[in-house]
Design a protein. Structure first.
Length: 100
């Protein structure tokens, strides 16, 4: 199953992130190495949040990621939400839908 994790950031996120960035990126790369995190990054213009794309059997690994994330623990994330993503097109789609 695919999941999207959405983060909303504080207005001064860019000024505050440096202190926590190395720990945040290490957490993200470890999740990627386990095959859970596929892609992640901030949304720009303005930089006010991020989207993280996970592949997992349930939301539990994503919830564990959020609980461990220094951005969340230190108040840089004002809101987060996990949404199941029913992918239907692409080589990695979890429910491919082709029209003959």
């Amino acid at each position: 199953m695919h999941y999207l994790l959405f983060y909303d950031y504080v207005h001064d996120y860019m000024q505050r992130r440096e202190e926590f960035r190395a720990e945040h990126l290490a957490l993200a790369w470890k999740a990627q190495e386990r095959g859970e995190l596929v892609l992640a990054g901030v949304v720009a213009d303005p930089i006010d949040g991020a989207v993280l794309f996970f592949r997992a059997d349930s939301p539990q690994p994503i919830e564990a990621f959020v609980a461990s994330d220094p951005y969340v623990r230190n108040g840089l994330v004002t809101r987060w939400r996990i949404r199941p993503w029913n992918t239907v097109v692409g080589d990695e789609a979890c429910a491919p839908a082709r029209i003959a």
